[in-house]
Each structure stands twice: as structure tokens, then as C-alpha cells.
Design a protein around this ligand. Structure first.
Ligand code: 5CA
Length: 438
């Protein structure tokens, strides 16, 4: 993509309405714009990040055995009356009336809808277990939408729902999601710590929040320091095997959000030097709630002995749009965003320092073509601006690699390659750039 043609409205000034660094950077780097309180439009640059996050979520969901569906955003109130949650959900639910005076709502979550889809289609234990996910916009009329996409009113969530014949099966499904979440967040360069958590309006008695540590996080968290550096990506995962040992490894050390925190236990279980009191951002939340929805909504299957069995369920959420902000909170510096490669909107920023110099522009065109051919996403700054402004913009938008092309280096057949995270610079011959970045 050529910046001279790209819709990338960066801001030099600090937006005064933004309180936290990720929100400021998302506005300054042209990722999003607020259209009403807690509702955002995604501009091309931000949308590329959102799509990359979705892709990782989707790959890890598929690998764990979950299957993708797509349910609508608008739901009928009838569904929610069946589960008893229509009145219980309160003012966070955006209630709508259609032209026939039917009560509808903009879905804040999908337990009811998926339960009816399942109930109407599955009649036998032979068709269990099932795990269905979708990535869809949700609406929650939050009292205090704030921090940009971090606590929005309209936000993108991946939610999935598991159906099992008995509790043991449901725990296996829960464990699959537990491990798949560890992998999902690690692939985005995040260290997400599973913590015992409250279940709120979703319900149930077994639940973990996946929390990344950040000073601006909304929850106070308490955990054993040993959980911060645990690696999952180096492990081979067999989703058909027994995942309990991995879950036990991650849950054996103390970790709880403030709602579930037990000061006495924390002090008894965690040696003083290992105690971490911090703030965190909830990027995912998983729940096992047994028959809370299947019972009132009559989701039953014929069991192996012909008896009717109410299915055991769990639900599992990832804040896809919140993650864009969370990743920035975890990965930025004084100059701007520092994207992890896996979610970066482009891998390389190519800076043409002198667009009116024919040789420099020709070299940039060659590099741009060669990178594209090699499948490396590249943003070419071909705008007619001073080098200083280009350096500042490129650091602000945070692409992992910068390739800097100027007349001096080019005279010697070289360009400069800069790593955004470390700041390390190296001179690379023009024809070695693709190999260096490939
Ligand atoms: N049905 C369950 C699991 S699918 C559910 O709705 N869980 S939840 O309420 O915990 O939401 C799942 C995730 O969505 C949260 O972990 C959080 O990352 C994200 N989320 C929740 N509310 C918001 C919000 N207002 N803005 C942005 N993301 C949010």
C-alpha cells in the first residue's frame, strides 16, 4: 500500500478525550474513530489489525475442534424470556421494538440463541460433544463506556458454546478452551494469566478470566509471580488427549481477580517475594455453567440407555476488539505503537526519504514490488514530506520493520533496515532486503 493513496489519518496532537495510552495511540495512528459514545468505526489500518486478531482466534478455535457459525446481532426477546434472562439482564441490554411491535434486542451474548439452535437439531448422545463459535458484534449499554475500544458499547467478541452429555465431558471441553486460550493470546505476543473469576450475569460456578497485566487495567489482580513467564507455545498439544495436567499446572499457583481474592489464602500460599499485586485487562473469560440454560430451554438428548439427558454447557468469550487496545497497552514506547509481528497491519514500512529523486523512487518501487511478490505486506511512505515527519509517523504506526531508502546509502547500493522494537539498525544491500525480512 502506498501512503500517498492510503486512508490513514494520523494525528500529531494528543487527542484530549483519551485517558489511556492505547486509546490515544489508536486515534493518533488512525486505527479508529468514535462515532457515538462507546461505538467506533474501524479505519483501514485498524481493520487490518482486527482481522489479524480474528485470524489467530479462528485458527486456534479450529485447531481445538470448535466449528464456526455466524449468528445474527438482533435477537428475539422471546428467546430470553425462555431462559428467564430477559428481565434479569437489566439496562445493559439494548431493547428494540420492530414495526409489528415485537420485542427484539441487540445481542449482548448468545447462550439462548445457540441453545435453541442446538436443541432443535441434536437429539442423541451420539452427536455429542459439540462446540460452536462465532465472531460477531455485541452490544452492551455500559454505564461508563471508556478507554476507547477497551470498554465499548458495541464490540467484537468471539464466543463459543460447548455441549456435552455429562459433567466430565463438559470439563474436558472447558479444558480444551482453557489451553486454546493460552495459545491464542501467546500467539499475539501477550502473556495472559488465567485467574479464578466471578461469573456475573452468565452464571455457573467454574470460571477463569484471562488477564494481561497492565497499569491501566480495570481489575486489581493478585497472583504468584511464577505464572507470568509460563510458556505454552513450545508445548505440543493434543486436543483429543487429557489436558487436565496442563490446566492443573496453570491453576496450581494462586491467581485471582479482586472479586475472588482471598487475602488469607494469598498470604498462606504465596511466599512474600513471589506475590504480585497488579492491575490487569480481561481479554477472555470462560465459564462452565452445567444446565443453567439447557434446563429451562429444554435442551435434552436421548442418552445411551434411552433416557432423556439435559446437556451440560459452557461458554467462552474473547474480546476481539478489546484486544487491539490491550495489545497496544502491552506493547508501545514513547514514540508510538510496537506491533507484534503476528498482528501487525503491515510487516514492513518502506520509507522513501526523497520522492523527488528518481533513483530513490525507482529503488523504492523495486523493493515494494519484490516485497509484495515475496508475500511480505509493505506500507510505502511515498508522500512528499520531510524525512523527520516520515520517521515520526512510521514510529507512531509501529510496523515491526522499517526499510529506509535515501540518496546517500543508495549511492553505495544500500538501504537501512530498522527493527522498531529494539531500534537496532543495519545496512543491507538493496538486493538483500527481501531475504533479510522474509
Ligand atoms: N457469553 C460469555 C462467554 S462467550 C460472555 O459474554 N463473557 S463475557 O461477558 O466475559 O465477555 C467475553 C469477553 O468480551 C470479555 O472477556 C472481554 O474481553 C470482552 N468484553 C466484554 N465486555 C466488553 C466491552 N464492553 N467492550 C469490549 N470488550 C468487552
Amino acid at each position: 500500500m502506498r501512503m500517498s493513496q492510503y486512508f490513514l489519518p494520523t494525528l500529531k496532537e494528543m487527542p484530549s478525550e483519551a485517558q489511556i495510552v492505547s486509546h490515544r495511540l489508536m486515534l493518533r495512528a488512525g486505527l479508529v474513530r468514535q462515532t457515538s459514545a462507546g461505538i467506533y468505526a474501524w479505519l483501514p489500518f485498524g481493520l487490518r489489525v482486527l482481522r489479524n486478531i480474528e485470524r489467530i482466534v479462528r485458527e486456534e478455535q479450529d485447531a481445538s475442534g470448535a466449528q464456526e457459525v455466524l449468528m445474527p446481532t438482533i435477537q428475539s426477546a422471546e428467546l430470553w424470556r425462555e431462559s428467564g434472562r430477559y428481565d434479569a439482564y437489566g439496562p445493559e441490554m439494548l431493547r428494540i421494538r420492530d414495526r409489528h411491535d415485537r420485542d427484539m434486542l441487540y445481542g449482548p451474548t448468545n447462550e439462548e440463541m445457540i441453545t435453541t439452535l442446538f436443541r432443535d437439531a441434536v437429539k442423541s448422545y451420539r452427536d455429542l460433544p459439540r462446540n460452536l463459535y462465532h465472531i460477531q458484534w455485541k452490544f452492551r449499554d455500559e454505564v461508563r463506556p471508556r478507554f476507547g475500544v477497551m470498554r465499548g458499547r458495541e464490540f467484537l467478541m468471539k464466543d463459543n458454546y460447548s455441549f456435552d452429555l455429562d459433567k466430565a465431558g463438559a470439563i474436558r471441553s472447558y479444558n480444551r478452551m482453557f489451553v486454546s486460550y493460552l495459545r491464542t493470546f501467546a500467539r499475539m505476543g501477550l502473556r495472559a494469566i488465567p485467574m479464578r473469576a466471578d461469573t456475573g450475569p452468565i452464571g455457573g460456578d467454574l470460571s477463569h478470566e484471562f488477564i494481561i497485566l497492565a497499569e491501566t487495567g480495570e481489575s486489581a489482580v493478585f497472583c504468584h509471580k511464577g505464572l507470568v513467564d509460563r510458556d505454552i507455545l513450545g508445548r505440543k498439544i493434543d486436543y483429543d488427549g487429557d489436558l487436565q495436567p496442563i490446566v492443573d499446572e496453570w491453576t496450581s499457583l494462586y491467581a485471582a481477580t479482586d472479586e475472588k481474592h482471598d487475602g488469607g489464602r494469598f498470604e498462606a500460599e504465596v511466599p512474600a517475594g513471589e506475590r504480585l499485586l497488579a492491575r490487569g485487562i480481561e481479554v477472555g473469560h470462560i465459564f462452565y455453567f452445567g444446565t443453567k440454560y439447557s434446563k429451562p430451554m429444554n435442551a435434552v438428548v436421548a442418552g445411551p440407555n434411552g433416557d432423556q439427558v439435559t446437556v451440560e454447557m459452557g461458554s467462552y468469550g474473547i474480546g476481539v476488539s478489546r484486544l487491539v487496545g490491550a495489545i497496544i497497552e502491552a506493547s508501545h514506547d514513547g514514540a508510538g505503537i510496537v506491533w507484534p509481528e503476528s498482528v501487525a497491519p503491515f510487516k514492513v514500512g518502506l520509507l522513501n526519504l526523497k520522492p523527488d529523486d528518481a533513483a530513490v523512487s525507482a529503488a523504492c518501487a523495486t523493493l515494494y514490488g519484490a516485497l509484495g511478490k515475496a508475500g511480505i505486506d509493505c506500507l510505502l511512505d511515498d508522500r512528499d514530506l520531510r524525512p523527520g515527519a516520515k520517521f515520526a509517523d512510521m514510529d507512531l504506526v509501529g510496523l515491526p520493520w522499517q526499510v529506509i531508502v535515501g540518496p546517500k546509502g543508495l549511492a553505495a547500493g544500500k538501504v537501512e533496515v530498522k527493527n522498531r522494537r529494539t531500534g537496532a539498525r543495519e545496512e543491507v544491500p538493496l538486493d538483500g532486503v527481501v531475504a533479510r525480512l522474509g
